[in-house]
Design a protein around this ligand. Sequence first.
Ligand code: HEM
Length: 420
Amino acid sequence: MTHTEPTADATPSPAGPPSPIPPDSVPLYGPRYQENPAQLYRELRRTYGPVVPALLEGDVPAWLVIGYRELHQLFSDPQLFARDPRIWNQWPNIAPDWPLIQYTAYQPSVLFGEGPEHQRRVAAISDALSGVDQFELRTRCEEIADTLIDGFAGSGEAELMTQYVYSIPVMAIAGIIGIPIADVGDTARDLVTSLDGGEEAIPAYQRVAARMGALVAAKRADPGPDVTSRMLAHPAALTDEELLFDVILLTLAAQEPTANWIGNTLQLMLTDDRFSLTLSGGRQSVSQALNEVMWENIPVQNSLGRWATRDTELGGRHIRAGDALLLGLAGANADPYVRPATGAPANNAHLSFAHGSHGCPYPAPELAEVIARTAVEVLLDRIPDATLAVYPDELTWRSSFQIRGLISLPVKFSPTAIAR
Ligand code: HEM
């Protein structure tokens, strides 16, 4: 989730020789992922079963796990399916400029930790996030949302992804971790740029790292009521370096999924008659829409990944030591084993926040919901007559096989209908 150089640290080393590419492997890139991934996962399950031989960009092999039970098995056995990518048997075939390097290059953050060391890091995060007052967070999100809407309310039109959706989680999280108000705007812009990829991404990430480094130093000298200070004071006794990696990771881990949860929910409410984006739709429909997106059109559709520590079997496939396994979160949610034929269940038994020791740490999913719900509800309150400014089938989706999110969400509305 961050931009890092491949590590020079050679321990642990690849767990086995590079695996051969199964002849029927499915490319996980190209336009099919932008169009109708739900349909694609159904087809993959029919053709390949719960564990699909897949090819990442550059034709690098990995197993895409789309069976609900098989994914649970992956989450439940971290000793067999490890998070540390240094054991990957494909490293000899990976170039330093491989497009997915930032998801696989080891870095000393909580993301790639294992065992008791990982538990220590995640405990500091969970305890610090548990100190966030969710009512205050809601109020802060309302202010952020209102200010953004003020910027376009008089014009009668807006491109919601850039003018609204992307700014809300990053500004909310920057506030939670204690970034000074005056720096929140610049930090938020740099974080979004660093996640966008391209030439500007690395300088933007370096500016974020420099600001976060200054934040850690400032909070060590003068703690406040924020997540960074609570992590500093935690019995886990994090070093400044550990804290820096984990505070940056928190911000990056929160941004894309929460933004696209908001975007995908607004898209559903703007295009599906069951969720008309009107005040008469009421609060209940916001809850239903947020939940339905978590089953049907989830913001993190696939995630890299886990690495097999030894030869094993999963879903009828022979997995070799050092093979990469992708979390097929969207595919697993669509598994008929958990899905009635009638549509998305009303419960939250989906795997969209993953599960197990490396799942989205408590209470991050609750905070994400406060942010997403507030963003949708404030828009609905302020712009009750918003409608799509293009035909639904003209909306375009990002090409990422990991993130499911819109490139743009243009709306039009009556400027006179806006009052606060
Ligand atoms: C809609 C919102 C969100 C979704 C769908 C989501 C989903 C996920 C998923 C699927 C993972 C596991 C990835 C893996 O196992 O490889 C994860 C991990 C993580 N998430 Fe979230 N997340 C969301 C919001 C947040 C927020 C708001 C925060 C922080 C405030 C956060 C912090 C983290 C962290 C720190 C991890 C890494 C945990 C570890 O490796 O031990 N997430 N998230």
